[in-house]
Design a protein around this ligand. Structure first.
Ligand SMILES: Nc1ncnc2c1ncn2[C@@H]1O[C@H](COP(=O)(O)OP(=O)(O)OP(=O)(O)O)[C@@H](O)[C@H]1O
Ligand SMILES: [Mg+2]
Length: 311
């Protein structure tokens, strides 16, 4: 289980101050998949990095199975497996198997034990035939699955997956989703994704976060129901303006297919049909405009890692 209490994170770099987390109370239970959902810059990765001991919080507390991520960082690391998008822990000239074995030895596994575990995990993630290939020959999807295998080497109770399906094809992402679902048995899983269909399919619990704050949490069904009554209509494209534009599902032949709160749609047309809001509908309504895409630290490549603690 993971729990954070009034967690804050302030980044300061050369005159910039960014409050990435502003008092986050987050909870992820065992045997469940808990999703962090929110716009770019909301603070999802920051939260995951704090939980995985990569960066220190500015204030508040975070616990993994009751252990403090700051004062008991070493114990926490034994408990968690982390899968991130920006991955610098792989050696491109080494094979998939060698990468996993190397990582296992960092966790004090014996060579034989690490090899056995690595082979088993390569099979689990569908890379059984690729273990002896240098990973520079792997596709993006294969690398992502290898990263999942690596995160599981020390059989962690808690697995944190930051956008595990980003940039990978349909078949690979389906495999990843199946894998994630299987992992949830007896583990605590935290997942981020921008794909609402994926969240809807996987998550038992969702935390909507925006500008460093949790704006809502609940089951997918609870979050959908908070969206209220929804309606769908086909209207002339030119009458959809300003804040209504976010409700447009698609434009076609000069018309807009629009889904939104019934009372809003009713201002455009009387000719609409009631529909059940999807998670994506609820997200658009509740989260609204995307967060500030303000990332001064990215101007300098690699700068994002400057604050991280050595693992
Ligand atoms: N190392 C850093 N130095 C300075 N600012 C940072 C650093 N890391 C993150 N930030 C800032 O903190 C905020 C939260 O970023 P974070 O990466 O946690 O967002 P996110 O929710 O993961 O977004 P995305 O969906 O784009 O991955 C952003 O404003 C970002 O610019
Ligand atoms: Mg992120």
């Amino acid at each position: 289980m993971i729990e954070t209490v009034e967690l804050t994170k302030v980044f300061r770099s050369r005159g910039w101050t960014i409050e990435a987390l502003k008092g986050v109370n987050f909870k992820a239970e065992r045997n469940k998949i808990t999703a962090l959902v929110g716009p770019n810059g909301a603070g999802k990765t920051t939260l995951i990095k704090i939980i995985s001991t990569l960066i220190l919080p500015t204030g508040g507390r975070a616990y993994v199975d009751g252990m403090d991520v700051v004062s008991q960082a070493k114990e926490v690391r034994q408990k968690i497996g982390l899968v991130t998008v920006s991955d610098r822990l792989m050696y491109y000239r080494l094979t998939g198997l060698e990468n996993l074995v190397f990582y296992g030895t960092l966790y004090n596994m014996g060579l034989r034990e690490a090899r056995e575990r690595a082979k088993e995990l390569l099979d689990t993630v569908g890379l059984g035939d690729w273990g002896d290939q240098p990973i520079m020959h792997y596709s993006t999807g294969m690398l992502r699955r290898l990263a999942i295998a690596r995160a599981l080497m020390h059989d962690p109770d808690v697995v944190l997956l930051d956008e595990p399906t980003l940039g990978i094809d349909t078949t690979s992402s389906r495999k990843v989703r199946q894998l994630v679902r299987r992992l949830a048995a007896n583990r605590t899983i935290v997942l981020t994704s921008h794909l609402m269909k994926e969240i809807e399919e996987l998550a038992d619990s969702i935390f909507l976060i925006k500008s460093g704050q949790v704006i809502m949490n609940g089951t997918p069904a609870e979050i959908r129901s908070r969206a209220g009554h929804f309606a769908e209509a086909l209207v002339p494209a030119e009458i959809v303006k300003d804040e209504m534009e976010k409700y447009v599902v698609k434009y076609e032949n000069g018309r807009a297919l629009i889904r939104g709160p019934e009372e809003k749609i009713a201002t455009l047309t009387g000719n609409y049909a009631a529909v059940d809001p999807t998670l994506e509908d609820a997200y658009i309504l509740l989260v609204g405009e995307s967060g500030a895409d303000f990332r001064p630290y990215q101007m300098k490549r690699g700068g994002a890692w400057a604050h991280e603690r050595p693992f």
